[in-house]
Design a protein. Structure first.
Length: 142
């Protein structure tokens, strides 16, 4: 399974607007939460999930998302290739990150908010939570 985007859109009329991602099949979703970093300098990461997958939708602002595919869960290589995606509220899309990836997030604008969907309940979170220091992966883009 690969990282991908699910495209949505926006409908506007005199009453206002509706943002949507109609092709996002939420049948696997068990819970959601919202991330708002304290400021635009903070990097939240590295956190990876071996069996859980996540879907991300920007509610406001924008985020830089660094991703790494974990090669060894007991001793991940610090020089793994890192992919960066920029996700912005104006894009109207859901960003899907399958199981097996680590992520690090930085807000690019003040008050940016990220809606996160997960496919396992909270009781599984402590069983599938793998973390590394923010400077662990040496190829991280600044």
């Amino acid at each position: 399974m690969h990282i991908n985007f699910i495209t949505g859109g926006i409908a506007k009329d005199y009453r206002g607007q509706i943002r949507f991602v109609n092709d996002f099949d939420m049948s696997q979703v068990k819970r959601f939460y919202i991330i708002q970093n304290a400021d635009a300098e903070l990097v939240r990461g590295w956190r990876a999930h071996r069996i859980e997958q996540r879907w991300f939708y920007v509610l406001s602002g924008a985020f830089a998302v660094d991703l790494v595919e974990i090669d060894n869960w007991e001793d991940a290589s610090p020089d793994l290739a890192i992919q960066r995606e920029i996700i912005h509220v104006t894009e109207q899309r859901v960003f899907h990150v399958p199981a097996g990836y680590g992520t690090a997030f930085r807000a690019l604008e003040p008050n940016s908010e990220l809606l996160v969907f997960a496919d396992y309940g909270i009781e599984n979170a402590k069983l599938d939570d793998h973390t590394w220091p923010v400077d662990y992966f040496v190829n991280r883009l600044v």
